[in-house]
Design a protein around this ligand. Structure first.
Ligand SMILES: [Zn+2]
Ligand SMILES: [Zn+2]
Ligand SMILES: [Zn+2]
Length: 327
């Protein structure tokens, strides 16, 4: 799972959504996309809680869906913007005259020379040539059968490729295929995997809040959900801490246990910390670390605290794991 390529807004949204599901703030999320206005609507109304671009929320939801942490269900409803009818159907348009009276089928050329689509010869059991009115007893001996094609009933032209259009059956407005208005509703709910890591997500964010309050009380400036724009690189931090006297800058990151601490993740942590010019970073991560990792992180002043192994005695926890950072 690759966090490194997520925008800061997507990281913000990911944490918010995971925390919301884990703490039962919501049991499902509905994202409605309105094609005509090119706008998303979310329920719950994330826009008020997370001030990030809509695309970041969409990315976060699709990521969680792709990772089987959420399950989604999608419905698409086409409608007419003129009369709001839902009675909008896909049909074919004649490329020569624009008529919608287009049929598709095998062409039959009768021995008298009349050519039309199979359906124009009437009942399949009792075919009759519409021009010479002769009954056709054997289609194979009386006619030449051509490949399936489109035929326009209005201008009688034949064509292999018709133009798909959507037509409103109520007001006859025609929409080019691809331009038909629709609302796409996607409903997300927790998958079993989310239930399995629910406790870890809850304790991750609980510890984050406990650390923030503790450090606030100790006189540090605490900025929650900070997006740092350092020119080229923009980074997101669950909390940014500033020690007023020394002007040292630290950050807290709540790394949801849906992410693996692989090489990409390690690079991301180290590079983001550098880009944000942080003096230190404390990562809250409810997973065991491989033995080799803590030392290399310590050199970078990146420390880990595992909420599974803490009694939420924040002071002793900090002394044990991140004394050089916040002590
Ligand atoms: Zn035509
Ligand atoms: Zn005929
Ligand atoms: Zn209409």
């Amino acid at each position: 799972m690759q966090l490194p390529y997520f925008s800061p807004g997507t990281q913000f949204a990911l944490g918010y959504i995971l925390k919301g599901f884990a703490e039962d703030d919501f049991t499902d999320v509905v994202s409605s996309y309105e094609k005509y206005t090119n706008h998303y609507f979310f329920h719950p109304a994330f826009e008020n809680e997370i001030p990030v671009p809509q695309s970041d929320i969409v990315n976060a939801l699709s990521f969680l869906d792709n990772q089987n942490i959420l399950i989604s269900e999608e419905t698409i409803t086409r409608y007419c913007v003129d009369c709001f009818s839902l009675n909008v159907e896909l049909t074919q348009k004649c490329p020569s005259c624009g008529s919608l009276d287009v049929l598709f089928g095998k062409t039959i050329t009768h021995k008298c020379g009349y050519r039309d689509i199979e359906g124009a010869f009437g009942n399949p059991d009792k075919l009759i040539c519409p021009r010479c009115k002769e009954g056709i007893y054997s289609i194979y001996s009386d006619c030449k059968i051509g490949d399936p094609t489109f035929v326009c009933r209005t201008c009688k032209s034949y064509f292999d490729v018709a133009t798909p259009v959507y037509v409103c059956k109520d007001c006859n407005r025609i929409y080019k295929s691809g331009e038909e208005p629709y609302v796409r509703i996607k409903r997300y709910e927790p998958a079993p995997l989310l239930a399995a890591i629910k406790q870890d997500i809850m304790s991750t964010f609980l510890l984050l809040e406990a650390l923030c309050s503790y450090l606030e009380k100790k006189g540090l400036d605490v900025r929650r959900n900070a997006i740092l724009d350092q020119g080229e690189i923009i980074t997101y931090w669950n909390a940014l801490l500033l020690r007023k006297e020394s002007k040292e800058k630290f950050a807290l990151m709540a790394l949801a246990p849906v992410f693996q601490l692989d090489e990409d993740m390690i690079d991301m942590l180290v590079n983001s910390k550098k880009a944000a010019k942080l003096d230190g970073l404390l990562v809250i991560y409810a997973n065991a670390l491989a033995d080799a990792q803590p030392n290399s992180f310590t050199n970078e002043r990146i420390y880990f605290v595992n909420p599974r192994q803490t009694k939420f005695d924040v002071e002793s926890e900090l002394v044990k794991t991140a004394a050089p950072l916040v002590g």
